[in-house]
Design a protein around this ligand. Structure first.
Ligand code: SF4
Ligand code: SF4
Length: 184
């Protein structure tokens, strides 16, 4: 990890926190061609890399306010196709955290953000995903209280929704990860 941030741009902060270097992108477009959701994005992955490269505060803001960063499903198709091995999913994740921290998240991404927060909370407290907590947390955040409730009995019968969470041994280390990401 770099010792200091070269400048105040989003690209520099991304590099500092994750070692992902947008400057390595030479715009071949392979990532966007393979991305399953690029058609829905305002800025497909290659365009997002280009915006980062400009180090223009306006472009940084465009990215943090975009739906693009919330539509990314972290499938890693872009990473597997990139000749420069640029970890775009990691970059998207970093931008999601920045967008939340700076209160810039896109209003249309509200439900995705509710799910994102509920998912992370579940990992933060137990060290692994606990489905019932995730569902309850998501429903309270999104107010989609009755969505899919008819599936609950059959999932419980099949043991897919354990009542109690399984706690992992390394919860302290997981808590440390969360602390570190908050600082970056
Ligand atoms: S990780 Fe995100 S940006 Fe990359 S291909 Fe998948 S959805 Fe698209
Ligand atoms: S595949 Fe890699 S080098 Fe090509 S446009 Fe995408 S990020 Fe840039």
């Amino acid at each position: 990890m770099s010792a200091h941030i070269e400048n105040n741009s989003l690209s520099a902060k991304l590099h500092h926190a994750t070692e992902v270097k947008s400057a390595k992108c030479y715009q071949c477009g392979k990532c966007s061609a393979g991305c399953p959701v690029s058609n829905e994005m305002e800025y497909p992955p290659s365009v997002a890399m280009r915006l980062l490269q400009t180090e223009d505060p306006e472009n940084d803001k465009k990215l943090l306010k975009s739906q693009t960063i919330w539509l990314c499903v972290s499938c890693e198709m872009c990473l597997s196709r990139c000749p420069m091995e640029i970890d775009i999913p990691k970059a998207m994740d970093f931008m999601r955290q920045k967008s939340l921290a700076e209160g810039l998240s896109h209003p249309k991404s509200k439900n995705i953000i509710s799910f994102h927060k509920a998912f992370l909370d579940s990992i933060k407290f137990t060290g692994r995903l606990h489905e019932i907590s995730l569902v309850a947390d998501y429903k309270l955040r999104s107010w989609h209280l009755m969505q899919d409730v008819n599936m609950v009995p059959s999932m419980m019968t099949r043991g897919k929704l354990p009542i109690l969470p399984e706690m992992i041994k390394g919860r302290k280390q997981v808590a440390e990860f969360f602390k570190k990401t908050k600082k970056s």
